[in-house]
Structure formats: structure tokens, C-alpha cells
Design a protein around this ligand. Structure first.
Ligand SMILES: [Zn+2]
Ligand SMILES: [Zn+2]
Length: 401
């Protein structure tokens, strides 16, 4: 666990490293998946209470919110958010803190995110030298199931008002001791689609007696790729990926229907609108040209994760003080992966950053059975959170508000 020389850690975070690592290893060994984070949630709530936070549990089923008032009073409020859920993966690692829950694994580093935010929560409670209110949000079900949305629907920001909200994710492939962030989109939206092409089945030797759904579906697959290429502004981005296709049972029968499923990623609501509309038109007309019909189900799961400009500029300053200006990447290529924190950024201004997790070699990519969070990041992440809080809730910020 070597911290790069460019990093200026908060000494209190350094002193807390071993304890944060013990929490992280405990969480890593006991992973829980979406909305089942009962033990994780109880672990977090118990720690926050011990640190002196006012704690609310059960938001979005297993979410936890801790509230801490600064020593100097004040009106402003900010939220820092971590995610707590694991993935349905069978862990391939054999170190001592490997998962004891078969088929479940912290392969996205949410164990590290939770431990870092708990660490920062403790340091800020030990020295609440800030103006206003700090809220720490521990959300369930970041992966696939929209835990952030459920917390919001449960009244997250009505019950616990904040002016802005901040998130972070470890990023394998970005060197340890580097932080990447940008105003505007950081992560893509996540939509899913299912198209059922209905034709008329027939004997495979007599295709003229039916309407071939397989041929129609084949044409549709290639036609869908014209959406990003022909229907969007050349500088807008989208990915349309068909990921499943099924139809037919045997060699000599043309089946009556074929199902295509897949996902769409984009950075703008307007692009999602265009993709969905074009998909419906192409499905209907391509199917019709073969005497078939098409049924389209298009579901929007997560919006794009979009950082607001002012909050991103403040985070960049805090990051530069921590890792040095040369180690802040201000214009990383956004990822088409999706992030549930997007729902919180739809409600409040804020900023989501990537924290370098080090080389992605040896299976250390996100969602890989060989992944492990880099423990050297615990003190870096906790230092960032503490410094960000004290900057955002400083006396000057209170006066300006
Ligand atoms: Zn993930
Ligand atoms: Zn993740």
C-alpha cells in the first residue's frame, strides 16, 4: 500500500488508514447485492451513530443517511454519497478477505467507497470545523436496480435537504494518485430494449408460404446501426448494442417470431429520445417490408451522469490541492458505462469524480472476478471528502450564501 509522492494526505486520514482497511476487508468478505444490503447497512448505521451522527435508515429499503452539523452553525448543506452493493459474481481471489458469500462479490469497489466515506465521516465528526450541515448518503443497489432513484422517491432530498451532492468512483486504469473529472457528462445513460418481430411461420423449404421473421430481424439488426450513424448529429454520441437474439427451434422450420434485446447508451436526454423514436420507426417499417410486424419495448433505466460546472470547478481545486495540479485530469473521455448517481445529479447540482485505482492488469478491472479495491485509496478518498467538505462549508462560502 504505497501512496504516490504527489499525494498530500490529510494526516488524520493516514492515521485512520488501518481502521478503514479493516472495515473495507470486512465489507469485502461479506458482500450483499441490490436491496439486500441489510448487514452492510446496519454496519454503516452503527458506525455513524458511534461517531455522533443523527442516522436515518430504511430509505430506498436499505439506504442510510447520516447528518452532522458543523461547529459554527450555518445554513448551507451538502451531501457526500457512497454505494454499498456488490455484484452477482463468483470471486476468483484467494486472499484472506475474499467473499464468504458464494456468488456474491464486491467487484466494483463499493466496499472501498463505503469505507472511505465512513472514514471521512469519522474525521469530520472528530473535528466539525465547518459551517452548515453535512449529510452522508449510503445508497443501496447502484448496480442495475436504481437504488438512488428509490431513495429519492422515498423523500431523500425533501427529508434531508442539500444544496449540492457529490460522488466518486474508483477507476482501474487511471494511475493511483490521479483524479479525473469534467463538467458535463461523465457517464452514459442506460436504456434497454426488446423488439419482437412477428411473422408467419412456415416449412423451411417453402418460405413463400410464410413471412420470415428471421430475415426481417437480420435486416433490422443492421438497420439499427444507422441510428448513431445517420440519425444523430455527428458530434452527439450513442451506442446501440443488440446483445441477445432468439427465435426458432429446429433446422427445417421458419419460426413465427424472433426476439432481439439490447441496450442503448447516450449522454443526452434528447439523444435518448431520438434513438427511441428511430428504433420504433425502423422496427415497424423494416418488419412491414417483409410482411411482418414489430413490437418494441423501450425502457429508460438510468439517465446520463452529468456534472454541473461550478461544483466541478470546486472539486477540481480540492483535487489539485490533494494530488497536485498535474495529476488532475480535467477532460477525461466520458464512459458509456452507467452510474446510478445520475439520479441524484438530476435533482441537485454536483460533481462525480474518478479516483485512480492503479493499473488494470491482473484482472483488476471493474466487474472482473479477480478485481480488488486498492487500499491505498482509502486515505486518498477520505482526504478528498474531508477537504471538499471544509471547502464547500467554509466561512467564506457561508458568507457568500
Ligand atoms: Zn459496477
Ligand atoms: Zn460501481
Amino acid at each position: 500500500m504505497t501512496i504516490p509522492e504527489n499525494v498530500r494526505l490529510n494526516p488524520a486520514a493516514t492515521a485512520l488508514s488501518a481502521e478503514m482497511q479493516a472495515w473495507r476487508h470486512h465489507l469485502h468478505a461479506h458482500p450483499e447485492t441490490a436491496f439486500e444490503e441489510h448487514e452492510t447497512s446496519a454496519f454503516v448505521a452503527e458506525k455513524l451513530r458511534a461517531f455522533g451522527y443523527e442516522v436515518a435508515t430504511g430509505l430506498g429499503r436499505t439506504g442510510v443517511v447520516g447528518t452532522l452539523k458543523g461547529r459554527h452553525g450555518g445554513q448551507r448543506a451538502i451531501a457526500l454519497r457512497a454505494d454499498m452493493d456488490a455484484l452477482h459474481i463468483h470471486e476468483a481471489n484467494d486472499f484472506a478477505h475474499r467473499s464468504v458469500n458464494p456468488g456474491r462479490m464486491h467487484a466494483c469497489g463499493h466496499d472501498g467507497h463505503t469505507a472511505m466515506l465512513l472514514g471521512a465521516a469519522k474525521l469530520l465528526a472528530d473535528d466539525p470545523d465547518f459551517h452548515g450541515t453535512l449529510r452522508v448518503i449510503f445508497q443501496p443497489a447502484e448496480e442495475n436496480e436504481g437504488g438512488a432513484r428509490e431513495m429519492i422517491e422515498d423523500g431523500l432530498f425533501d427529508r434531508f435537504p442539500v444544496d449540492a451532492v457529490y460522488g466518486m468512483h474508483n477507476w482501474p486504469g487511471l494511475p493511483l494518485g490521479r483524479i479525473a473529472l469534467r463538467p458535463g457528462p461523465m457517464m452514459g445513460s442506460y436504456d434497454i430494449f426488446e423488439i419482437v418481430v412477428h411473422g408467419k411461420g412456415s416449412h423451411a423449404a417453402m418460405p413463400h408460404m410464410g413471412n420470415d421473421a428471421i430475415t426481417a430481424a437480420g435486416h433490422l439488426l443492421t438497420t439499427l446501426q444507422t441510428i448513431p450513424g445517420r440519425s444523430l448529429h455527428p458530434l452527439d454520441s450513442a451506442v446501440v448494442s443488440a446483445t441477445q437474439i432468439f427465435g426458432g427451434d429446429t433446422w427445417n422450420v421458419i419460426p413465427p417470431s424472433v426476439t432481439i434485446r439490447g441496450t442503448v447508451r447516450a449522454f443526452k436526454d434528447s439523444v435518448q429520445d431520438t434513438v427511441e423514436a428511430r428504433m420504433r420507426v425502423l422496427a415497424e417499417h423494416t418488419a412491414a417490408s417483409f410482411g411482418c410486424t414489430a413490437e418494441v419495448r423501450y425502457e429508460r433505466r438510468y439517465p446520463a451522469t452529468v456534472n454541473s460546472a461550478d461544483e466541478t470547478a470546486l472539486c477540481a481545486e480540492v483535487a489539485a490541492r490533494l494530488v497536485g495540479a498535474d495529476n488532475v485530469d480535467h477532460d477525461p473521455m466520458p464512459s458509456m458505462g452507467a452510474e446510478d448517481f445520475a439520479f441524484m445529479l438530476k435533482q441537485r447540482p454536483g460533481c462525480y469524480v474518478w479516483l485512480g485505482n492503479g493499473p488494470a492488469e491482473g484482472g483488476c478491472l471493474l466487474h472482473n472476478p479477480g478485481y480488488d479495491f486498492n487500499d491505498a485509496n482509502l486515505a486518498i478518498g477520505a482526504s478528498y471528502w474531508v477537504s471538499l467538505t471544509k471547502t464547500l462549508l467554509s466561512a467564506e462560502a457561508e458568507v457568500a450564501a
